[in-house]
Each structure stands twice: as C-alpha cells, then as structure tokens.
Design a protein around this ligand. Structure first.
Ligand SMILES: N[C@@H](CCC(=O)N[C@@H](CS)C(=O)NCC(=O)O)C(=O)O
Length: 217
C-alpha cells in the first residue's frame, strides 16, 4: 500500500474526539493540515465529507474521507506502522479493542449525562461513571497492561491515546460542576497514573498549544 501524500484533519478545538486524532497523527510523525470546523455553521465542504452523522473528526486522506474517531485511530495505525498503537498479538489486539469499545459505549454516554441540570440524573451518572471506571481499571490491568508508565507499557498505545484526552475533559467537568469528583486516585490509582504520564507527552502539549488559537473565551 502506498503511503498517503495529503492528510487533512477536519475537527473542532473543543472536541476530545478530535484531540485524540491529533495525538495519534503526531505520535506517528504524520504531517497533516488542520481545518477547524464551526459546528454551529458547518460548511458545504464539510457536510459533503460526512453526510451521515455530520460530526467531527473527519480525516481526509488523498481526498478520501474517514469519519469516526475510533475508526480513524485504527486506520492511522494500519497506515503508518511505527510506532504501533495496537499490540502485534491478535488476542491482545482483541482485548484492546474490547476496552476501547467499552469506553465509547459506556463511559462517553455517562459523561454527557453528568452535564445534566437534573440533580438526581447527575448523581446517578457520577455513580455509574465511578463503577465503569473501576471496571475499566480492573479489566485493563488483567487483560492489557504491561510494565511501564503507560497502559501499553513503555510507549503509549491505543488505550492511552483514547483515555489521555478524557483527563482534560474530566477536569473541565469537575470545574464546571462544583462538588463533583470524577478522577479518584483511591478508586482507580492506575488509570490516574497512566493519564498523568500521558498528559506530560510533548505531542499533548504541542496539540494544546496549536489548538489554543481556535479557543475563544
Ligand atoms: N462517535 C463520534 C462522535 C463525534 C462527535 O460527537 N463529535 C461532536 C463534537 S465532540 C460533533 O461533531 N458534534 C456536532 C454535531 O453533533 O452537530 C466519533 O467518535 O468520532
């Protein structure tokens, strides 16, 4: 397969789903152009790229659009092999994919529910979040973790890339919702320490700096 020549990311600076695509491309050393999409006023060019969900991120590779952040991450890993984000062993790959899916299916919806103005709905969502996060911690440590500062060991892998940007999202939510505590070192010490290591990476800081030009108070 020929290595793509032109890579363009359509995203939004406030979207964690887009942040993780920036990180994956940068970890792989892929040069790409970035297009900030105004989600309140989507351009014709953008709508043509993704007529099904009309959501960011979309990666456009030599003119061909790829939607959905998890699909994009796997495309990026298959196209630019080094450094790998998924383990080589098919069984281990299946485990990583299982937990990635768990984050998208269980944790993401609960994070939306936590923003509810209904006190009872929010309380229930915070409890569910802690339960799912504990399940994730135990599952990852049983199935995936190898020794190192990251979930995938010495180098960040797919689950690190997915969870890292969430830490920034969790912190924003905790600031917005006084009294709500999401990240709890006693409940999930290992996930907290993997995320702490991840946010120190240069790719994370460089992405934040690049995107800060699009964020207006
Ligand atoms: N499952 C999608 C979710 C993407 C998503 O929800 N994107 C939001 C921004 S965070 C969006 O584009 N919203 C615009 C809209 O719904 O009109 C993915 O993982 O890529």
């Amino acid at each position: 397969m020929a290595i793509p020549k032109e890579v363009k990311l359509f995203g939004n600076a406030m979207s964690g789903f887009c942040t993780l695509v920036h990180h994956a491309l940068r970890l792989k050393g892929v040069a790409y152009d970035y297009v900030e999409v105004d989600l309140k006023n989507k351009s014709e060019e953008f709508l043509k790229l993704h007529p099904v969900h009309k959501k960011v991120p979309i990666l456009v590779v030599d003119g061909k659009p790829i939607p959905e952040s998890l699909v994009i991450l796997q495309y990026v890993d298959e196209t630019w092999k080094e450094p790998p984000l998924l383990p080589q062993d098919p069984y281990l790959r299946s485990k990583v994919r299982f937990w990635a899916d768990f984050i998208y299916q269980k944790i993401v919806p609960v994070m939306y529910a936590i923003r509810s103005t209904e006190v009872e709905t929010q309380k229930k969502a915070v409890e569910e979040f802690h339960g799912y996060f504990k399940t994730l911690e135990d599952g990852i440590n049983k199935d995936v973790h190898v020794h190192g500062p990251f979930i995938h060991g010495e180098e960040p892998g797919l689950l690190d890339v997915i969870l890292g940007p969430f830490k920034i999202g969790f912190q924003h939510l905790e600031q917005m919702l006084a009294g709500v505590k999401l990240l709890d070192k006693e409940n999930t010490p290992l996930l907290c320490s993997y995320m702490d290591a991840y946010v120190e990476l240069a790719v994370v800081k460089d992405t934040e700096l690049m995107l800060s030009q699009y964020v207006h108070a």
